[in-house]
Write a protein that binds this ligand. Structure first.
Ligand code: MTE
Ligand code: LUZ
Ligand code: MOS
Length: 758
């Protein structure tokens, strides 16, 4: 029996031996700790700043201010709109200055003694206020197909509505962290918990005003990232590097939880407004959609996030005429950023919300209206991309309905609900289609550097970062198969900018697709060089040479790969290679909003069953059945973990996790005590996960498919099951269930009351 491969660091994770950035602190003597001076206002001008008192604090070594920046004091990756030392404060708790101390405590006490005066300005805190004030970073972004207004006006039925969707805190277990020092040759070395070491290197070089070749960034692994470290690791790496530049000593920045939550961006809250036209069968005719995202104080990744929301406002459905427009609101809040799904989940929640409203208006079952609107083979999306493998949507749907006993359980639940006036169950099935590739086409490239030693052991360097998702585990499998060595012979090295340059963020679920293909490219080159050497040693035809698990065979011979490597070395054949991959055939024109932005789609579906208590609005997730298309899995146990974790994280976003900002723009939910995360009691009592069978994906590494983000959107079934249960409190006469997200007990309680009054 083949031993199921598990995460390469699983033992180290659970024994505590796995090293994260902050664990390296003890390796750097004379290290200084940095602490920020925070603004107590969301919008204000800094009128006076004096650090003299702070420097009197015992243990305080230095401070960092705008005048200390040798390069450009701006960490905004694209628009250069993030001053490291702002004169105008644009969100609550924004750092004004940093204090360096021999101990964290000294730095903290020093920061408290920095004197800052502010002129307070009015703050825009909500999306609604931003819309009224026309306070936008961007917009409208627009994707259109056909004449949506005419299609809606001509439709037999129309509906209009609104929906608010809350944001989400990443709550990675390891908060933002960086340690900078001078390296042995006078360059700046930064250990950073970053998904994008090349960009962290770029920003550090920018702030210090030096060339990128003077900066090395390394990421050993992250204790979770979920998009939160796609760009937002950069400013903390820059502060650490600036501190090192000024003091010539190693400097550590690590945000404790409270600061991480107050300072760093989250999933974008959205507000949607729609008008939809449909026929008596519930078939969509036209949709007019406005999406407003809350971008916070800087643009960050808000534009591509909004694009992805617009791309996914169809989910798995054919919308014959669609006019989708989006704006990024500029508010005085944290700068919202990438978060698993990257705007896709928000777009998909909106269309699923609309389909339920259509179904209940027509007194049809929501699942029937959903399946009637599915894409079929040959359809194209509103941005002009053919929906390849559209047939998989229905295949997954029908299979899951069977395995989850959907129809049988619907009948049981109807009986349960009839017998329980104050407690209702709901069952819902929802599909998910998620586009794989960075929508900014140029990001879809990757590099690798594979080093083979004469004893048959291997070091693999690639541009991807490990955040718990198992990328290194998959890369190890790929390299082992690609070279024909055992998995144990392969060591995946920490990600470093001096091994592979100009890399993309590990994001968009494409880590394995991109880096895996680059690694395979390098392995294939090395193997091709070994074939003639092995053929000569084995006395066989080169075409007959096989490499597997550290052995090389051909004809009747079978030898150790180390002997082939040694012979190749003596023939002066290089035993290392760099690999490269670029995703073929993708393109997108933002001006016309058409193209083929995605290499392929990842499909899935989920059935969720919930029970809600009419007195309290509390809900329980009784059972979840998921079916995800992951192609031919490279490491099934890792993929299973991704599907379970993604689903639970999505359910948390849609039902438990609520960000509350007060009227002054202060985040009131800045710790685990006030921000409710999913935990054991919130796990589904029955949890069945299956992979779609016969699902090889041609044109992707080993026929596999991306899995990191897509399962999160299966959690929309939980929200829809809750709406089913709420509807069950009402009469047969139907009517849409209006429910803003997240579906907290409070919102469910009020929605139940509304349903009961009908
Ligand atoms: N899984 C774990 N354990 N930790 C994470 O931080 N991030 C998710 C997903 N799964 C994440 C995770 C996000 S947002 C993405 S884009 C992908 O992993 C990135 O990795 P991949 O491209 O290698 O799948
Ligand atoms: N990051 C990005 C992403 O820069 N572009 C994307 O399209 C994307 N998609 C998902 C997650 N991160
Ligand atoms: Mo993931 S949101 O692409 O880092």
């Amino acid at each position: 029996m083949v031993k199921p491969a598990h995460h390469e660091s699983a033992e180290a994770h659970v024994t505590g031996e796995a090293l994260y950035t902050d664990d390296l602190v003890s390796r750097f003597p004379h290290l200084l700790h940095a602490w920020p001076v925070l603004s107590p206002h969301a919008h204000a001008l800094v009128t006076y700043l004096n650090v003299a008192d702070a420097l009197e604090e015992p243990g305080v070594v230095d401070t960092l201010l705008a005048a200390d920046v040798p390069g450009e004091g701006n960490t905004g990756a694209n628009r250069h709109d993030e001053l490291l030392f702002p004169v105008e404060i644009t969100y609550h708790s924004q750092p004004v200055a940093w204090v360096l101390g021999e101990t964290l405590e000294a730095a903290r006490l020093g920061a408290a003694r920095v004197v800052v005066q502010f002129e307070v300005l009015p703050a825009i805190v909500t999306i609604q206020d931003a819309i009224s004030a026309k306070s936008f970073h961007s917009g409208p972004l627009r994707i259109r197909r056909g004449d949506a207004a005419a299609a809606i006006d001509d439709a037999p039925h129309t509906l209009a509505g609104e929906l608010s969707i809350g944001g989400q805190e990443h709550f990675y277990l390891e908060t933002q962290c960086a340690i900078a020092r001078y390296d042995e040759t006078g360059g700046i070395h930064v250990e950073s918990s970053t998904q994008h070491p090349a960009e962290t290197q770029e920003i550090v070089a920018r702030v210090l005003g030096i060339a990128r070749n003077q900066v090395t960034v390394q990421c050993t692994r992250m204790g979770g990232a979920f998009g939160g470290k796609e760009v937002q690791a950069n400013p903390y790496a820059a502060i650490a590097a600036l501190g090192t530049w000024k003091t010539k000593r190693p400097v550590r920045v690590r945000l404790p939880r409270r600061l991480d939550m107050a300072l760093t961006g989250k999933r974008h809250p959205f507000f949607a407004r729609f008008r939809v036209g449909f026929d008596a069968d519930g078939l969509l005719r036209g949709l007019d959609l406005e999406l407003y995202s809350d971008g916070g104080w800087s643009i960050d990744l808000s534009e591509p996030v909004l694009w992805r929301a617009l791309f996914h406002s169809d989910n798995a459905y054919l919308v014959p005429a669609l006019d989708a427009r989006g704006w990024v609101c500029h508010t005085h809040k944290t700068s919202q950023t990438a978060f698993r799904g990257f705007g896709g989940p928000q777009g998909m929640v909106v269309i699923e919300d609309i389909l339920e409203r259509i179904a209940r208006t027509l007194r049809l079952d929501p699942h029937v209206v959903r399946e009637r609107n599915f894409y079929s083979e040959g359809d194209v999306t509103h941005y002009g991309q053919p929906v390849k493998d559209a047939g998989r949507i229905e295949r997954i749907w029908n299979r899951l309905k069977e395995t989850s006993e959907f129809n049988l359980r619907r009948a049981e639940i109807a009986r349960f609900n009839a017998a329980h006036p104050h407690c209702k169950r709901g069952l819902a099935i929802t599909p998910a289609k998620f586009g794989i590739s960075f929508t900014a086409t140029f990001f879809n490239q990757a590099g690798a550097l594979v080093l083979v030693y004469r004893d048959g052991s291997v070091q693999v360097n690639h541009g991807g970062t490990e955040m718990g998702q198992g990328l290194h585990t998959k890369i190890r499998e790929i390299a082992a198969q690609g070279l024909g060595v055992t998995v144990d012979a392969v060591r995946v090295m920490p990600t470093r900018t001096d091994k592979v340059p100009n890399t993309s963020a590990t994001a968009a679920s494409a880590g394995t697709d991109l880096n895996g293909a680059a690694v395979l490219d390098a392995c294939t080159q090395i193997r091709a060089r070994l074939v003639p050497v092995a053929a000569e040693m084995l006395g066989c035809d080169p075409a007959a040479v096989r490499f597997a698990a550290g052995r090389v065979s051909g004809g009747s011979g079978d030898i150790d790969i180390a002997s082939v490597l040694d012979a190749a070395y003596r023939k002066r054949i290089p035993l290392f290679a760099h690999g490269f991959y670029r995703t073929p055939e993708i393109h997108f024109d933002a001006k016309t909003a058409t193209g083929k932005p995605f290499h392929y789609f990842a499909y899935g579906a989920a059935v969720s069953e919930v029970e809600i208590d009419g007195f309290t609005g509390a809900h329980r997730l009784l059972r979840a059945d998921l079916l995800q298309d992951i192609g031919d899995s490279i490491v099934p146990l890792v993929d299973l973990g991704q599907i379970e974790g993604g689903f639970v994280q999505g359910a948390g976003w849609l039902t438990l996790e609520e960000l509350v900002w007060d009227a002054q723009g202060r985040l009131a939910t800045n710790g685990a005590s006030t921000y409710k995360l999913p935990s054991w009691p919130e796990m589904p009592e029955v949890f069945n996960v299956a992979f779609l069978e016969r699902a090889t994906e041609p044109g992707v590494i080993f026929g596999s498919k991306a899995v990191g983000e897509p399962p999160l959107m299966l959690a929309i079934s939980v929200r829809e099951a809750i709406r089913e249960a709420i509807a069950a409190f009402g009469c047969e006469c139907g009517g849409p269930v209006e429910l803003d997200s997240p579906a907290t007990p409070e919102r469910i309680f009020w929605a139940v009351g509304k349903a009961r009054r009908r």
